[in-house]
Design a protein around this ligand. Structure first.
Ligand code: UDP
Length: 318
């Protein structure tokens, strides 16, 4: 039985990961400050004998009593409205101090540590689709910089701990992921559109809606993360994880509307600055190295996510 620590464990990706790891017979330590995550997300495993929640902000060092075998470092606000504005500095701190603290913990435990990096390291990409060797087009002084520069610095720390201190690292660059346990209030496009459609509110497209994203269902993202974590020692990544099916934001709005039905209409709002125009992962490396490819396409994934939010809204609509 492995002891696995997951930072950001009550968030969207983290809670889905914790549930799968517990079900597969691991002992899981879930670390979160619940700043954007929620205990509700881990309710179904909260009482499990192999699961423990630790309320902790990874900006501070963490000691554990038990020996840790693996660390998934997922903690960080990830939605633009959450990381922009008044939480920008906390976002950089989580990326940078959090990475240092978790790398130190990995070093002490001789644990393997996986960094949930992001497609945001490519910024407003000038190459398409994005391959892992592309170095990105990032505005270091823009409103997204706290997140994308923070995550870039975290990657750099991971590779320096690997080169300098021989820490076993894995870096996965996560492209847009969606599915059950997304926070309905975090302003992501998929959760916004579905909740707006279910509640009969206007569907808010930012800009013209011609910008593209490639949406990967959460189970596919987590499957690759687990395979990368358990890969041979020499493999560090970075490796892209995402679904190369590329859609404009307008197409997404139309698909959600067609599936949910109802009376919502599309309205257009200002495009936030530095919002990338096109995003699509090149997943050749994941396919070649891990025989991995996404199994849930957008239409099916949206059905599952709509079903989740329907229940969520019925239970929690105040
Ligand atoms: N977006 C939108 N309406 C919304 C929320 C987001 O049109 O209600 C757009 C946003 O401007 C971006 C895309 O959808 O172009 C994806 O946004 P999200 O916040 O989900 O992820 P990210 O920008 O990090 O890819």
């Amino acid at each position: 039985m492995k002891t696995i620590l997951v930072t950001g464990g009550t968030g969207f990706l983290g809670s889905n990961l914790c549930i799968r790891l517990v079900r597969e017979g691991n002992r899981v330590l879930c670390v979160d400050n619940n700043y954007t995550g929620s205990l509700q997300n881990i309710a179904e495993i909260a009482g499990h004998k192999n699961f423990r929640f630790i309320a902790h902000d990874i900006c501070n060092p963490l000691q554990t009593e038990e020996k840790i075998d693996q660390i998934y470092n997922l903690a960080c606000p990830a939605s633009p409205p959450a990381y922009q504005g008044k939480h920008a500095i906390a976002t950089t701190k989580t990326c940078v101090f959090g990475a240092i603290n978790m790398l130190e913990l990995a070093k002490k435990n001789q644990a393997v540590i996986l960094q949930a990096s992001t497609s945001e390291v490519y910024g407003d990409s000038l190459v398409h689709p994005q391959t892992e060797n592309y170095r990105g087009n990032v505005n270091p002084v823009g409103i997204r910089a706290c997140y994308n520069e923070g995550k870039r610095c975290a990657e750099s720390l991971f590779f320096d701990y690997h080169r300098q201190d021989d820490v076993a690292i894995k870096v996965v660059r996560v492209f847009n992921t969606y599915g059950p346990k997304m926070n309905p209030n975090d302003g992501r496009v998929v959760s916004n559109f579905i909740c707006q459609a279910l509640l009969g509110k206007d569907i808010t497209i930012y800009g013209s809606g011609s910008q593209t994203r490639s949406f990967c269902y959460v189970d596919d993202t987590i499957e690759l993360m687990i395979r990368v974590m358990n890969s041979d020692k020499d493999f560090t990544g970075p490796v892209n994880t995402g679904n190369p099916g590329e859609f404009t934001v307008k197409e997404l709005a139309e698909q959600v509307l067609a599936k949910v039905g109802g009376t919502s209409k599309i309205v257009y709002k200002d495009l936030p600055s530095d919002d990338p125009c096109k995003r699509c992962p090149d997943i050749s490396l994941a396919m070649e190295k891990f025989g991995w490819k996404p199994t849930v396409m957008l239409a099916e994934g949206l059905d599952k996510t709509i079903a989740y939010f329907k229940t969520y809204i019925q239970e929690y609509k105040g």
